[in-house]
Design a protein around this ligand. Structure first.
Ligand SMILES: [Zn+2]
Length: 375
């Protein structure tokens, strides 16, 4: 049966280690699998740049003209502990032996892709061009996707197969997130003998922070100072203080504005005290939002109903490759494929959900002829 073929393929995949930065061997095994199914491979040349264990690649399945091309995406790398995974089937689910993760995140997505191709071919389903993009280094800051040459993808629309929970979940909204690395330098002085000669970095920062809005800013924006480090000794005026903060918002512009506000307040206090400021704002992810009326969302919803599921529209707290593809001009949503408790040794996937995810993906392809053409 094809469910057992899906499960077996998945079990084989998770036994090839691919912890981030060590994706090489796994990528090789995948390329062979896609080629064996008759797909053509397009590989980029980014691992020198990213330092990851593998390049990204696209496997392309030719299709008939006149049907909108579509792509699917999964990532090849896993978190730790992800070495020597021994999967087992227990109570209608697949789990690890509890000493490692299972790596259903995101090898379930990859197994779905391979099974999807087999079923398309066996059932002779008419389809347009289908692309499968496999990225490296997703778990370490979406590094592979960020470096990818997006021109490798012909399709405008795509589904990322990398969301947990029962089939039906769709991430239509994801936040923009910034990391702030801030350092304030004052001047050291003996705290008892001549404190007036010093400039206390913590005093400067405290003044700025006391004027900042932090925590929940509004219904879609938050800010946090999560780490702080400074000073050398009890009796020295603190010369230098560093802190790490984050700002995230489902509204991209609000996020930028809040980052700017924090910088402005720091600048004002630093100027007042004649200290020095180093303020680094790094965009970690760029948010996206697709309306429920967007053709991609409507398409997903229709196909879910065909397989007996209802769409659940979700907002994600963090980022996935979907954020990067949207930022690069593609239109993408991340869909649930059934895995649970990711990034823990308790990670598992219910076989019934796994099978449903394949059915859903197959339906996405089968119904593409009715997808409104972008041309
Ligand atoms: Zn993932």
């Amino acid at each position: 049966m094809s469910t057992s073929r899906l499960v077996q393929e998945f079990m084989d995949l998770v036994q090839i280690d691919s912890v981030s930065y060590g994706e090489g061997k796994f990528q090789y095994a995948l390329i062979q699998r896609f080629q064996a199914l008759g797909l053509t491979i397009l590989e980029d040349d980014t691992k020198g740049l990213t330092g990851l264990g593998a390049n990204n690649f696209v496997a392309r399945l030719k299709g008939v003209e006149g049907i909108e091309p579509i792509f699917f995406s999964s990532h090849m790398d896993t978190v730790s502990p992800g070495q020597g995974i021994r999967p087992r089937e227990k109570d209608d689910r697949i789990e690890s032996d509890k000493t490692t993760i299972l790596a259903a995140d995101d090898k379930a997505g990859i197994a779905i892709m391979l099974e999807l191709i087999k079923r398309i071919q066996e059932q002779r389903i008419q389809h347009g061009p289908i692309e499968f993009i496999l990225t490296a280094g997703e778990e370490v800051g979406l590094l592979g996707a960020k470096a990818v040459d997006i021109a490798m993808l012909e399709a405008t629309y795509g589904y990322v197969l990398d969301n947990g929970g029962p089939v039906g979940g769709i991430i239509t909204t994801s936040p923009t997130m910034y990391r702030l690395d801030v350092s304030v330098t004052g001047r050291a002085a003996h705290a008892g003998l001549e404190p007036e000669k010093g400039i206390s970095a913590i005093e400067v920062v405290a003044q700025a922070i006391s004027r900042m809005k932090l925590g929940r800013i509004d219904h879609e924006t938050t800010a946090n100072i999560g780490q702080i480090n400074g000073g050398t000794a009890m009796n020295v005026v603190m010369e230098r203080l560093e802190f790490v903060a984050e700002v995230r918002s489902f509204d991209h512009h609000k996020c930028l504005e809040h980052v700017k506000m924090m910088e402005t307040l720091l600048n004002e206090e630093v100027t007042k005290y004649e200290a020095k400021l180093d303020f680094q704002a790094t965009p970690l992810i760029t948010g996206y939002h697709l309306e429920e009326t967007h053709p991609l969302v409507v398409h997903a919803k229709t196909c879910l109903e065909v397989v007996g599921r209802h769409a659940r529209f979700e907002r994600s707290g963090g980022g996935t490759d979907a954020n990067v593809f949207n930022e690069k001009g593609k239109e993408v949503i991340n869909v649930s494929i059934g895995y649970e408790e990711i990034h823990t040794v308790g990670e598992y996937i219910q076989i019934e959900e796994f099978e449903q995810a394949v059915n859903f993906a197959l339906e996405l392809v089968r119904q593409m002829p009715s997808f409104p053409s972008s041309k």
